[in-house]
Design a protein around this ligand. Structure first.
Ligand code: MV4
Length: 447
């Protein structure tokens, strides 16, 4: 096992990782920018190193400075959390070259899944159902038109280097195709420095359902059920739940087995998420995330498995602690992302938290990196906490969620809590009847 883990992240996830390290008896190193000197992750770590100025490029994304912090502190492993360098294959590779363990998959697995065409090809070869579309890159309008006519409109042009929705363009008819292609290309070039695109059948009312997987890098792998992340705005997830209200036990087990088998074949190591669109009872692979995700506690709540602790165990060479048949799914969990934002405009609302009273009680978990008196800096994303509620079924979970939200008091800044108070009273949400467009439609209809 590791002696000392450097946590290359900030906020709630840095604390989450510290907790797992503490339980394993591992010392922790926090790194931070000058804007984060007073952050909770710095206060609670065994050691901390200031690595630069507020912009992430000078601190949380700066590989030479992170390496220096490892060297100064003698850390033998790095946990990247989510975002920042968590899916940077080069970072994983550099750490290995310095005999420091990257707590995550191999750089090769990160690289394969970072390129969406290679990811899709890999998924297809492994027997995972994918969205119908072009075989690889599309370079001309004539080629795109041929494919579009074969599968029928509408089609979606996607950036090969994309992900998270950037560089996507819909073409509803052949007349739209030229412009969609050139716009997608130039947006991809601007955003990723790579203008490669591919074409897919556009699914018009899917749900976003993702399967949590976990492997030990030795060919043992399991699935830990799904999370429904369809409630999102501008590709930012707002609320996630497990199990998905749209799945039955048979389809859950079937897709779970397909994905777990694929992970066994590639000898995947650590936590991963295989993302699908789900429409009319069918799953369509879109992407794989080779990291821990923000919404991982939803899976922890229904499986009882500590995903971060297991990530650390397998990264240090341990075997998978459970077999598929050992995993049982219990009850229902919902996570609400508490952002420092105006709940209508979603404009960031940094500033001082003058009062902080998180909810508690049975089935209630709050993961957060803030405290009363803390001043939220304006430089990073606005997630300040997550409320995760568990119940024996969806109804009990919703009852507890309503109660927990009513207890949560945060003063001094605006937060998304009022939005959740509204959402859980909507019949479509109460009944689990929502697709990926529901939230934006709802927000568009509100005064
Ligand atoms: C799609 C799609 C419809 N059809 N692909 C958006 C982000 C990226 N992960 C994939 N995305 C989509 N891919 C096909 N073939 C619709 C989306 C999409 C979406 C997906 C998941 C969650 C929210 C979304 C919001 C808008 C569009």
């Amino acid at each position: 096992m590791f002696d000392k883990v450097l946590i290359a992240n900030r906020g709630e996830i840095a604390l989450r990782i510290q907790r797992a390290c503490k339980e394993l008896g591992i010392a922790t190193v926090a790194v931070h920018s000058t804007a984060d000197a007073d952050a909770m992750h710095v206060r609670l770590a065994d050691e901390s190193v200031c690595i630069g100025s507020p912009p992430a490029s000078d601190s949380y994304l700066n590989i030479p400075r992170l390496l220096a912090a490892c060297e100064i502190t003698g850390a033998d492993a790095v946990h990247p959390g989510y975002g920042f360098l968590s899916e940077n294959a080069r970072f994983a590779e550099i750490l290995e070259e310095h005999s420091i363990t990257f707590i995550g998959p191999t750089s090769e697995h990160i690289r394969i899944m970072g390129d969406k065409i290679t990811a899709k090809e890999t998924a297809k070869k492994l027997g995972i159902p994918v969205v119908p579309g072009s075989d690889g890159e599309v370079t001309s309008e004539a080629q795109a038109l041929k494919i579009a006519k074969e599968m029928g409109f509408p089609v979606l042009i996607k950036a090969t280097a994309g992900g998270g929705g950037r560089g996507m363009k819909v073409a509803h008819t052949a007349a739209d195709l030229g412009l969609a292609l050139s716009t997608a290309r130039s947006e991809a070039k601007a955003a990723f420095g790579n203008d490669s695109v591919y074409v897919e059948k556009y699914l018009q009312k899917p749900r976003h359902i993702e399967i949590q997987v976990f492997g030990d890098g030795k060919g043992n792998a399991v699935h830990l059920g799904e999370r429904d992340c369809s409630l999102q705005r501008r590709h930012q997830k707002i609320l996630e739940e497990s199990p998905s209200p749209a799945l039955n036990a048979a389809s859950r087990q079937k897709i779970g087995e397909v994905v777990a088998n694929a992970m066994r074949k590639i000898k995947y190591r650590g936590a991963g998420t295989v993302e699908f669109l789900f429409e009319d009872g069918e799953f369509y692979f879109i992407e794989m995330n080779t990291r821990l995700q923000v919404e991982h506690p939803v899976t922890e709540a229904v499986t009882g498995i500590d995903l971060v602790l297991e990530q650390i165990r397998v990264a240090s060479g341990g075997n998978l602690a459970f077999k598929q048949e050992d995993i049982t799914f219990s009850g229902h969990a919902i996570e609400c992302r508490i952002n420092a934002e105006n709940p209508r405009t979603f404009r960031p609302s940094p500033g001082q938290i003058t009062y902080w009273h998180p909810p508690g009680g049975l089935g209630v978990r709050v993961d957060s990196g803030v405290y009363q008196g803390y001043r939220i800096p304006p430089f990073y994303d606005s997630l300040i906490g997550k409320l995760i509620v568990h119940g024996k079924n969806r109804n009990e979970c919703l009852m507890r969620l309503r109660r927990a939200l009513s207890e949560f008091v945060i003063d001094g800044i605006e937060t998304t809590i009022p939005l959740f108070n509204e959402l859980i009273r909507q019949p479509d949400i109460a009944n689990g009847l929502y697709d990926i467009h529901w939230l934006e439609k709802y927000l568009g209809k509100q005064p």
